[in-house]
Ligand binder design. Structure first.
Ligand code: NAP
Ligand code: COA
Length: 263
């Protein structure tokens, strides 16, 4: 991917940056010259990501932790900050999802997703806060269309991601005066990802989803990465508390693209 922004001299940490969309985001920042830190649960995935995320600034650093463990998150972010210096851009994107009707979802299943997506986001924001560069630090939470659009099979994810957007907005309010910006990015349906494999597993479903996007195609990790490159940069220096869609217009389409209206 061509780097549209220059992140030379910047430290960027991507939580959940070892696969899918978040790995695409991490790659984009590395291509733009940043020094990368990445984290997720599986040490093999962390090692594999570290191996591909070296940049002109040097090799990436990897940390294996579960965002549900507040102490482990704190230790991971402190270790990166000690090694690399203050964090310029923090991306929080770890999430869990599986499709299930509410009547079939156990309390622990609901809790698992809320713990990863919502509580995990809070743990990451809280742990990153003391290490962010001031002024100029940018924190970005990866949300989902479920945060504003009710969907069947997704009560746990809708509830969790709606909460994530509110964490973003509240922290933008509390931390803006310290020269930090906190924003969210909402990817649309992104091709070739774990999320799409779980929610639209067949070719027919993929095509149906693609038709429902106003831009007429599924997105790519690079589409989402460009939104993050913008939000992390000086170009977005007065953008704070925004939940930015990188979704081909999916969020504004509502029922209009699938409802057969208009002949
Ligand atoms: P993915 O490849 O499964 O990425 C999830 C990442 O989070 C992985 O690196 C995973 O690695 C890590 N992770 C999961 N649970 C964790 C935990 N408890 N603690 C620490 N790390 C954890 O999924 P994706 O589809 O690319 O989704 C990435 C993000 O985009 C998510 O926030 C998702 O909600 C959002 N999103 C996706 C789509 C889509 O079309 N795919 C659309 C809208 C929004 P480990 O397994 O090693 O922990
Ligand atoms: N349908 C219904 N319930 C499910 C389920 C499914 N497909 N998958 C898991 N659950 C339930 C489990 O039954 C369990 O509840 P119980 O104790 O009442 O039986 C609960 O969720 C926790 O399951 P567990 O497997 O212990 O969770 P985990 O912490 O090991 O894994 C998940 C978390 C379930 C979210 C797992 O799918 C995951 O790790 N996902 C990360 C990757 C991902 O989802 N990527 C897409 C991002 S958009």
């Amino acid at each position: 991917m061509k780097a549209d922004f220059d992140y030379t001299g910047c430290n960027v940490f991507v939580v959940g940056g070892t696969s899918g969309i978040n790995l695409g985001i991490a790659r984009a920042f590395a291509a733009a010259g940043a020094r990368l830190g990445v984290a997720s649960r599986n040490p093999d995935k962390v090692d594999a990501a570290v191996a591909v995320l070296g940049s002109a600034a040097g090799p990436a650093s990897g940390y294996a932790f579960d965002v549900r463990d507040a102490d482990a998150v704190e230790a991971g972010l402190a270790a990166f900050a000690q090694e690399a210096g203050a964090i310029d851009v923090l991306i929080s994107g770890a999430a869990g999802n599986f499709p299930v009707l509410a009547k079939d979802l156990s309390p622990n299943g609901f809790k698992a997703v809320v713990d990863i997506d919502l509580l995990g986001t809070f743990h990451v924001m809280r742990a990153a806060y003391p290490h962010m560069k001031r002024p100029g630090g940018s924190l970005i939470n990866i949300s989902a269309p479920q945060s504003t659009v009710a969907m069947p099979f997704q009560v746990h994810v809708c509830a969790a991601k709606a909460g994530v957007d509110m964490v973003t907005k509240c922290l933008a309010l509390e931390w803006g005066g310290e020269g930090l910006r906190v924003n969210g990015v909402v990817p649309g349906p992104i091709d070739g990802t774990e999320g799409m494999a779980r929610l639209a597993p067949s070719e027919k479903a993929r095509e149906r989803v693609a038709r429902s996007v106003p831009q007429g195609r599924l997105g790519t990790p690079e589409d989402v990465a460009r939104a993050c490159l913008f939000l992390g940069s000086e170009a977005a220096g007065y953008v704070n508390g925004v939940i930015l869609g990188a979704d081909g217009g999916w969020a504004v389409a509502g029922a209009s693209m699938g409802g057969g209206l208009g002949g």
